[in-house]
Ligand binder design. Structure first.
Ligand SMILES: Nc1ncnc2c1ncn2[C@@H]1O[C@H](COP(=O)(O)OP(=O)(O)OP(=O)(O)O)[C@@H](O)[C@H]1O
Ligand SMILES: [Mg+2]
Length: 196
C-alpha cells in the first residue's frame, strides 16, 4: 500500500510540475497581453515620484542569486537622486523585462552592468550585457510583439516574445525613448532616456 502511494507520487510529480509550469506560462502570457491591450487603449498612469536608485538597487538585489548562479559580473553604478515622475509598477515591469533578458541571453562568466546618470534634463539608464548579442538585421524587429530570434524552440519555451514590446509601450507612456546597440556574439546595450 505504502509502495503503491509512493509510486503514484513519483509518477505524478513530473506531470504536476508540467501542469504548474504550463499554467504559470499561460498566466504570464495573459498578464502581458492584458497590459499591452491596456497600453493600446491609452492606459492611465498612476504617477508618483519614483526613486530609480531604490527601484534599481532592489531589482538588482532580487536577481543577484540568479546572476551568482551563472557566475556573472553583476554591477550597478548610479548617480545619486535619480528621481522620476512615473508609474512605479510599470517602471518596475520595464526594468524587470530588461534585466531578465540580460540574464537570459548571457552565459556563465559574462557581465551585466547597469548604469544611471542625469544628463541635462534627462535621466539615462543603460543595461549592458556581454551575452549572445543580436544580429544587425534583427535589431529593428526585437521590439515587435511575439518576435524572438530563436524561433525553433519557441513553442516549448516559457518565453513569448512580448518583453521588449512591453518595454517599448511603457517607455512611450513615460514620454521616453529606448534604443539598442548590439553585436552578435559580443553583447547588447539597451539605453533608456526619460525626461525629468
Ligand atoms: N539582452 C539580449 N541579448 C540578446 N538577445 C536579446 C536580448 N534581449 C532581447 N533579445 C532578443 O530579442 C527577442 C525579443 O525579446 P523579448 O524580451 O521581447 O522576448 P523574449 O525574451 O523572447 O520573451 P519574453 O520576454 O516575453 O519572456 C528575444 O527572443 C531575443 O532573441
Ligand atoms: Mg524577454
Amino acid at each position: 500500500m505504502v509502495i503503491k502511494i509512493w509510486m503514484a507520487q513519483t509518477v505524478a510529480a513530473p506531470k504536476v510540475e508540467a501542469i504548474s509550469s504550463a499554467s504559470n506560462q499561460m498566466t504570464k502570457l495573459t498578464e502581458n497581453l492584458f497590459l499591452l491591450a491596456r497600453a493600446d487603449q491609452g492606459l492611465n498612469l498612476q504617477l508618483e515620484p519614483v526613486n530609480l536608485n531604490v527601484l534599481l538597487t532592489d531589482l538588482m538585489q532580487l536577481y543577484k542569486p540568479q546572476a551568482e548562479a551563472k557566475q556573472l559580473t553583476w554591477q550597478l553604478k548610479l548617480e545619486p537622486e535619480l528621481f522620476l515622475s512615473g508609474d512605479r509598477l510599470l517602471l518596475t515591469q520595464l526594468f524587470t523585462n530588461l534585466i531578465q533578458n540580460a540574464l537570459q541571453y548571457t552565459a556563465t562568466g559574462d557581465s551585466i552592468n547597469v548604469k544611471g546618470q542625469k544628463i541635462n534634463s534627462q535621466i539615462h539608464i543603460e543595461i549592458a550585457d556581454t551575452g549572445i548579442g543580436i544580429a544587425s538585421e534583427h535589431l529593428d524587429k526585437i521590439f515587435e510583439r511575439f518576435w524572438r530570434a530563436d524561433k525553433s524552440r519557441s513553442y516549448q519555451s516559457s518565453r513569448s516574445g512580448l518583453g521588449l514590446a512591453i518595454v517599448k509601450e511603457i517607455i512611450r507612456l513615460h514620454h521616453g525613448k529606448v534604443s539598442v546597440d548590439s553585436q552578435l556574439g559580443k553583447g547588447s546595450n539597451f539605453t533608456l532616456i526619460f525626461p525629468r
